[in-house]
Design a protein around this ligand. Sequence first.
Ligand code: ADP
Ligand code: TRP
Length: 332
Amino acid sequence: MTDSKSKSRRVLTGIRASGTVHLGNYLGTIKPMLKWQENHQCLFFIADLHALTTQKDVRLLHQSSLDLVATYIACGLDYKRHFIYRQSDLPMVTELTWYLSCSTGMGLLEKGHAYKDAVAGGREVNHGVLAYPVLMAADILLYDADVVPVGKDQKQHVEMARDMAGSFNALFGEGLLKLPNVSIEESVMVIPGLDGRKMSKSYDNVIPLFAARDLLRKKVLSIKTDSSALEAPKSLGGTLLGDLYKLFAGKEEFKDLESRLSKGGMGWGHAKEALFELIDREVKASREKYEALRADVPFLEKVLADGKEGAGAIGHAVLTRVRKALNFTVSG
Ligand code: ADP
Ligand code: TRP
């Protein structure tokens, strides 16, 4: 059997270390990676440099990074066959960011949705927010990634990475940087949050992936529903509750709840309890693993050190290629 670390197609993704990992991150990014890791070489990283654009509490930043490693492993990402690393542990990425910056037009960056949103929202915008897509492109291009699985909100960024690689290659050598492809699973493109908008840390509408059972229940029970009476027949169709239920239920389970609701006599509260049980069923085992892993910081740091070594070797080879093309000195 081939070791997956030597497989040729490389799949890479990252999550910002900026607080609670939520069901949107899990369904949009982590769960799809469980499939990718079966047959491809995978790189999973913790985007702590990206988190620094908004998170200035460095203690929290560090804690969030460890939360994420523990989350990745608890969810089943195989750190023995693939690489889990922390972005800031491999500062080569910032060097490549600079090279890409010098061949990326301001016009492209000003189209970035995170930048546009920040400006439109009147928030203070630092250079990191504008340059965010360049660092993200470097994350991807430094490791010669073929495929980048993300939620729909990140599609634009991966396409920008492709554009940046194209411009860079046109200037310094065709084939120098590999053009990545985005992968988005249609059914989990945009997971809605408690208020119906995209589930996001920025909107404070998340269902945390590893909330304690009581808190998870409280969150699920807070999902907004209409005020139809208990006796009224109901349908999950077109409701936030139904959209979330569909993500966790099998086809039969979905039909079963729909049929019980349609008869009347079942309130939304009962349906929310059913959703809570489904989510709890999905995350229970990983939540228990998470608690144990999170308490073992030396183990988490060891996983990150191994990831740094493995991903670092790949990054070093790519950066050497780039430095040669730029006619810069190349170190061993
Ligand atoms: P947040 O929006 O909460 O800050 P991140 O930007 O850190 O989350 O997202 C990390 C990964 O999780 C990205 O690949 C992103 O596309 C995915 N993701 C985040 N929220 C959702 C969502 N609501 N639905 C689907 N995927 C999501
Ligand atoms: N920008 C991504 C997010 O906010 C996180 C991220 C940083 C990323 N670098 C990446 C995702 C490279 C995929 C590939 O979710």
